[in-house]
Design a protein around this ligand. Structure first.
Ligand SMILES: Cc1cc2nc3c(=O)[nH]c(=O)nc-3n(C[C@H](O)[C@H](O)[C@H](O)COP(=O)(O)O)c2cc1C
Length: 358
């Protein structure tokens, strides 16, 4: 296994080689027409950078903090279910990579191995992501385990009231393992703001609401005392025909009005994407597909390489933009610009042989 990848494009090509069609499509696809997924990319591609020159950029610090924890770059690992289909170590591979690199990971409640095994695999702080599969008694039970295992925050995902039509998976006649077992998925469809508030109270730890896609919901979330509003459309895997997350971000940042941190995901693939999201008010971003591609290319070490390459891009991009610290990046450094490529899940990598690597 060669981990001397010089671009994340090479990582993705290796991932494609290592994955069967079923798993590739599970990881890389979206729902229905994949319009939301492509709009995530379009959002980034519709912004240009406005560099300042004659600034001393000989020393660059890419680090930031999130919920009081230091991150080497403002990029964390999004929750991914059924990780064991992508890499044999499953969630442990992500935890090890995050710990080694110096960032945090969200642990999906529908991945393997158990939340306790993943928690015990490293000492660094981790965030647990919950899907609701029962009433408040069930929530109490699982949150007891989450607290006992030492997770530092809870993330509740609320953009999955129904499981979407992911047509690549459907046409492959393939389901992720988490969907093959009989589960009480109906409870996820019954989540209301009251239920969210009850879960937040039981959890009694920093609380992140994932899947917010409007200013209206961001406002309700902060009125409920949520610590982090996480702008996400599940990477375009849930509601199709939605907006790209970068198009949603400004109204959410305005609605939150500094009362919570704002996280964003959705097609973050480049150092410049990180800069654009920070410029429009995100505290940090997370990666989903890119994380999975790193794991598929080389397990935990493959994911570390992905992060190193993102960091390399970020250092160079910050230097060329004329900033030396993350907190210097603001809206003055971006402006609207017409996109130059047709967006799809691979369009950030223009030298990809075979285009979309289907
Ligand atoms: C294979 C896969 C599985 C996912 N599973 C979960 C999950 O269990 N829980 C969750 O909240 N989000 C899940 N997501 C969504 C991600 O957390 C994240 O929102 C999304 O991947 C970000 O977009 P990106 O893939 O373009 O980076 C999953 C995403 C992928 C690609």
């Amino acid at each position: 296994m060669s981990l001397d990848f010089v671009t994340n494009q090479e990582v993705i090509i290796a991932a494609r080689r290592n994955l069967t069609q079923d798993i590739w499509d599970y990881l890389s696809g979206g729902s229905e027409s994949e319009t939301t997924m492509r709009r995530n990319r379009l959002g980034f591609d519709s912004l240009a950078l406005r560099p300042r020159v004659c600034v001393d950029v000989s020393k660059i610090d890419t680090s930031t903090t999130f919920l009081g924890q230091k991150l080497r770059i403002p990029v964390m690992m999004a929750p991914i279910g059924s990780l064991q289909t992508i890499t044999p170590e499953g969630g442990v591979a992500v935890a090890k990579a995050a710990a080694e690199f110096g960032t945090m990971n969200f642990v999906s409640s529908v991945t393997q191995p158990s939340l306790e095994e993943i928690a015990a695999s490293t000492n660094h702080p981790k965030i647990f992501q919950l899907y609701i599969r029962g009433g408040l008694d069930w929530c109490e039970e699982i949150l007891e385990r989450v607290k006992k295992a030492g997770y530092m925050a809870l993330c509740l995902t609320v953009d999955t009231a129904h499981y979407s039509r992911r047509e690549r998976q459907m046409m492959n006649r393939w389901l992720p393992p988490s969907k093959r077992v009989e589960s009480q998925r109906i409870y996820q469809a019954m989540v209301t703001w009251e239920m969210m508030a009850a879960i937040k109270k039981i959890a009694n730890m920093p609380f992140i609401l994932k899947g917010v896609a409007t200013a209206e919901d961001a406002k309700i979330a902060v009125d409920h005392g949520v610590d982090v509003v996480y702008v996400s459309n599940h990477g375009g895997r849930q509601l199709d025909q939605g907006r790209g997350t970068m198009d949603i971000l400004p109204e959410v940042v305005a609605a939150v009005n500094g009362k919570a941190d704002v996280l964003l995901d959705g097609s973050v693939l480049r150092g410049t994407d990180v800069i654009k999201a920070i410029a429009l008010g995100a505290k940090a971003v997370t990666i989903g597909k890119l994380q999975g591609w790193g794991l598929a290319a080389g397990g935990s070490a493959g994911l570390v390489r992905v992060l190193e390459l993102l960091e390399e891009e970020l250092i160079i991009d910050m230097g060329l933009l004329g900033v030396t610290r993350i907190d210097q990046i603001d809206a003055k450094y971006v402006c609207q610009a017409p996109p130059v490529t047709f967006p799809h899940e691979m369009s950030a990598f223009i030298h990809m042989p075979g285009g979309q690597l289907r």
